[in-house]
Design a protein around this ligand. Structure first.
Ligand code: ATP
Ligand code: MG
Length: 600
C-alpha cells in the first residue's frame, strides 16, 4: 500500500524517501534505452537547422525527419534523446496545469528496427519499473489507441500488446484520427499512435468508462504523459496508399509532466523545473504567475539558442513573450526587472544546457526589451497624468495610441479616486470598429496590445488561412462558405476527411509565419478576366461584374501568398494580426469541413 500511494501523494516519510528529481528522470531515461541498444543523441537547438517550415523545434522527432524518411542515421537504427521544444501554438493553454511554451521531450526512435511490441513494452517498463524506470503506479495508467477509419484499421495489435502486459481491457480506449493518428502532411509516413495517461488525483479515479475518461482528461485529472507513434503507412495527396518499406517508432514524453507525476503534483509549475521560478514571482493571481514564469523561462532558452527580440520571425515571438510577461508581471505588481525571474533558470539547467556562460547576455537582453516596452508605456502614463479626469474617450485614446489595456487605465484611475466610464469606452471602441469596417476611418493603431478592428483583422486572417489550407491539404481545397464576427472567423472548405492534429498545426504555423513576416496587404482593381487568369481565389457562389478588386498578400520579392476576389476592408500589413489559433475543425456536410479560428 504505502509503496505506491504514499510515495507520491501522502505527506509521510515516503515522500522524503521517494522524490525523483527531473535530472534523475533524464538520467534514468538515458540508461534505460542505452541498455536496450539505443544511441543517445544530444538535444538539437531550439532553432531548427534545415527546416524552414517551422520557426522552432516543436518535438524530438523534428531533427530526425530525414532519418525517419529513410536516410541512414550515423548513430544507427535505435536513437534516444531529450529534446528542447518550443510550442507557441500552446500559448493559450499556459496557465493550465500541463502546458508550457518551452518543455523538454524524452523520446526513443526505431528507424526501421523494432516496432509496436518492443516500443509499448519499453514504454510501460520505463514508466513502472522501480529498478530501471520511474516506478509509477500502473493502476493509475490509462491507454488510448487508434479506433480505425477509412485510412487504416483499428489498432487491435497495440491494444493486444497493452493487455498482454497487464493493462486491463477497460483501461484501453479507442479514439479517432484527431487524437490517435500522426501525420506530418499530405505526403509521406504516417500511422496510428498510442498515448499513456496518468491519474493525478489524490484519491485515484479507478476504472473509468470512455465518457468518464474523456471528462477526466478535460478536467486534467488524467494527464497525457507519453505518446508512441507507429509510422507504418504512406500517404499521397492526403490519402493512405500503402505501407512503408521502413516501419518507424517515434515516441515523445514531456519531462515536465513526468516530473509532475513523480513529484506528486497535479501541475507542472510545482515541479523542480518551474517552482524555483514561480517563487520569484509575487502576487495572488496564479494564472498570471504561471504565465510570467513560463514566458521568462522560454525567453531564456530562446536567447541562449541565439534568438534576439525583433519584429520578424523568431525574434517577434520572443518579443511577444517578453512583453506579455511584462504585462502580467505588472498586473501582479512584481517589482524590479524580470531578469530576476530569469535568475533561477540558470541553476535549473546548470548541468543540462550550457546557458550559464551566456547569463549576462541573456539577462541583458531581457532587461533591454523590458526597458523599451516600458518607455512606450511611460509616454502613455505622462499623458494620463495630464488628464483632467478619465473619460471613456480618454481611456480609449490611451488604449489605441499607447496600448493601455482598459483594466490598467481603470486601476490607475482608481488610485486617483477616479472612476472610468467603461460603457463609454466600449461605445467608443464599437464606434471606431464601425467606421473602420465601413472603410472610412483610417487605420486603427492598436498600439502595443493591438486590439481593435477585430473583424477586419479576422478577415485578413481568413485569406491567409485559405491559402495555408491549400498549401497543406492540396490545391483542390476551395472555400465553400465563411462567416466572421468580432470574436472569431469561420471558414467552410472542400475537403474529404478530418484534418489531423499535425495538419492543423502546419496550417496554423504557416499563417503565423506569414503574420510574422509582416507582409503587405494590397488591393488592386482589374478586369475580371485578368483576375481569373492570375488564379485569384473566387468566393463560392458569388457572381462578379466586369471590374473587380483583388486583395493580394505578397512578399517584397513578389512571391504571392494569397490573391482573392474581395471587397475588403483589410489590414494593410499582416503584422497587425497577432497570433492565429485554430479552435475547432469539424464536418458540416459530405466533403465539407469547417474551421473556427481566432486571433489572440
Ligand atoms: P496535449 O494534447 O496535452 O497538448 P499533445 O498531444 O500536443 O499533448 P504530443 O504532441 O503527443 O502532445 O507530444 C508528446 C508529449 O509531449 C506529450 O505526451 C506531453 O507529455 C508533452 N507535451 C506536449 N505539449 C506540451 C506542452 N505544451 N508542455 C509540456 N509538455 C508537453
Ligand atoms: Mg498539444
Amino acid at each position: 500500500m504505502c509503496e505506491y500511494r504514499c510515495s507520491f501523494y501522502a505527506t509521510s516519510l515516503c515522500d522524503i524517501v521517494f522524490h525523483m528529481k527531473s535530472s534523475d528522470i533524464r538520467q534514468r531515461f538515458f540508461s534505460f534505452f542505452k541498455k536496450r541498444n539505443h544511441a543517445i543523441i544530444p538535444s538539437a537547438s531550439l532553432v531548427p537547422k534545415n527546416d524552414p517550415s517551422v520557426l522552432f523545434t516543436t518535438a524530438g522527432m523534428q531533427p530526425l525527419v530525414p532519418y525517419l524518411l529513410g536516410q541512414p542515421h550515423p548513430a544507427g537504427t535505435r536513437i534516444a534523446s531529450v529534446q528542447k521544444c518550443v510550442r507557441t501554438q500552446d500559448i493559450d493553454e499556459i496557465g493550465d496545469n500541463t502546458h508550457d511554451t518551452f518543455f523538454e521531450m524524452l523520446g526513443n526512435w526505431s528507424l526501421g528496427d523494432y516496432f509496436k511490441e518492443e516500443a509499448i513494452r519499453w514504454s510501460l517498463e520505463f514508466l513502472t519499473s522501480k529498478e530501471e524506470g520511474l516506478g509509477l503506479d500502473s493502476t493509475r495508467l490509462y491507454i488510448t489507441v487508434f479506433a480505425g477509419d477509412e485510412n487504416a484499421p483499428r489498432d487491435d495489435e497495440s491494444a493486444r500488446i497493452w493487455q498482454s502486459l497487464g493493462i486491463p481491457e477497460n483501461r484501453i480506449y479507442y479514439l479517432g484520427a484527431q487524437n490517435n493518428w500522426w501525420s506530418p502532411g499530405d505526403n509521406g509516413p504516417c500511422g496510428p499512435d498510442s498515448e499513456m495517461f496518468y491519474d493525478v488525483t489524490k484519491e485515484g479515479l479507478g476504472d473509468l468508462t470512455p465518457q468518464e475518461f474523456a471528462a477526466a482528461d478535460e478536467a486534467q485529472q488524467v494527464v497525457e504523459i507519453w505518446n508512441d507513434v507507429f509510422m507504418e503507412f504512406e500517404k499521397k495527396d492526403g490519402v493512405v496508399v500503402g505501407k512503408l518499406s521502413q516501419k518507424n517508432v517515434d515516441t515523445g514524453a514531456g519531462l515536465e509532466r513526468m516530473a509532475m507525476v513523480l513529484q506528486g503534483k497535479n501541475n507542472i509549475f510545482e515541479t523542480d523545473l518551474l517552482s524555483p521560478i514561480m517563487e520569484t514571482i509575487t502576487g495572488n493571481d496564479l494564472r498570471s504567475r504561471r504565465i510570467v514564469a513560463d514566458h521568462i523561462r522560454t525567453a531564456v532558452c530562446m536567447i541562449a539558442d541565439g534568438v534576439l527580440p525583433s519584429n520578424t520571425d523568431r525574434g517577434y515571438i520572443l518579443r511577444r513573450l517578453l512583453r506579455r510577461a511584462v504585462r502580467f508581471a505588472d498586473i501582479l505588481g512584481v517589482e524590479g526587472s524580470l531578469s530576476a525571474v530569469a535568475e533561477p533558470v540558470f541553476g535549473i539547467y546548470a548541468d543540462v544546457y550550457p546557458i550559464e556562460e551566456a547569463r549576462d547576455h541573456i539577462k541583458g537582453v531581457i532587461e533591454q526589451e523590458e526597458i523599451k516596452f516600458r518607455q512606450t508605456l511611460q509616454k502613455g502614463l505622462r499623458v494620463f497624468e495630464k488628464l483632467d479626469g478619465v473619460s471613456g474617450k480618454d481611456a480609449f485614446m490611451l488604449f489605441s495610441t499607447y496600448g493601455f489595456p482598459l483594466e490598467m487605465t481603470v486601476e490607475l484611475a482608481q488610485e486617483k479616486g477616479i472612476i472610468v466610464d467603461e460603457e463609454e469606452f466600449k461605445k467608443e471602441f464599437e464606434e471606431h470598429q464601425k467606421t473602420s469596417r465601413a472603410g472610412v476611418g483610417q487605420k486603427f493603431k492598436g498600439g502595443l496590445a493591438g486590439h481593435g478592428e477585430e473583424t477586419v483583422r479576422l478577415h485578413t486572417a481568413h485569406h491567409l488561412l485559405l491559402s495555408a489550407l491549400q498549401k497543406v491539404l492540396g490545391s483542390r481545397v476551395h472555400q465553400r462558405g465563411s462567416n466572421i464576427t468580432s470574436e472569431r472567423l469561420r471558414i467552410d472548405f472542400s475537403f474529404g476527411r478530418k484534418m489531423t492534429d499535425d495538419e492543423k498545426k502546419q496550417v496554423e504555423d504557416l499563417v503565423n509565419m506569414w503574420i510574422d513576416e509582416k507582409l503587405v496587404v494590397a488591393r488592386r482593381d482589374m478586369s475580371k478576366q485578368e483576375a481569373e487568369q492570375m488564379g485569384a481565389e473566387m468566393e463560392f457562389g458569388a457572381t462578379y461584374g466586369e471590374r473587380v478588386s483583388v486583395y493580394f498578400v505578397e512578399r517584397l520579392d513578389g512571391t504571392r501568398i494569397s490573391a482573392e476576389f474581395c471587397g475588403g476592408p483589410h489590414v494593410s500589413n499582416t503584422g497587425e494580426l497577432g497570433r492565429f489559433i485554430i479552435k475547432k475543425e469539424e464536418a458540416v456536410a459530405a466533403g465539407i469541413r469547417r474551421i473556427k479560428a481566432v486571433l489572440e
